[in-house]
Design a protein around this ligand. Structure first.
Ligand SMILES: [Zn+2]
Length: 126
């Protein structure tokens, strides 16, 4: 990656020379170049962040193939046992995969087979 400190040093040297030469056009050209380099550096940082995000998505895709079914997510990878269920609220709101727990009772203690999210308490009938 471009080292801004080195570039800044180089530009300062050229700026110094332009000042010694009292060449206003050269000085202005150096300042324009400096500004363009800073813009390029911002672009590089932005592309790097985007690349990191895409890399994570690709890695997630290899590990997860989430299918929304009966109000919960299931991880269905070819040739593997279906894993889950996972909470749709936590996944959709926070991007987190939270395994739901199986329970035969609702919050009032009545018989009601359901899956419950241990994080957000989302309850879904089994
Ligand atoms: Zn949840």
């Amino acid at each position: 990656m471009i080292n801004l400190k080195d570039v800044d040093e180089d530009i300062r040297k050229i700026e110094g020379i332009a000042k010694q030469l009292k060449n206003v056009d050269l000085l202005q050209a150096v300042l324009d170049l400096k500004s363009r380099i800073l813009d390029l550096h911002d672009d590089i940082l932005s592309f790097a962040a985007e690349a990191q995000e895409l890399k994570k998505k690709i890695e997630d895709k290899a590990v997860y193939n989430l299918v929304f079914d009966n109000n919960v997510y299931w991880n269905k990878l070819p040739g593997q046992k279906t894993d889950g269920p996972f909470c749709s609220v936590c996944r959709d709101r926070d991007g987190k995969l939270v395994r739901m727990l199986s329970s035969n009772l609702d919050a009032q203690g009545h018989y009601s087979p359901q899956y419950i999210c241990p994080v957000c308490k989302n309850a879904v009938k089994r």
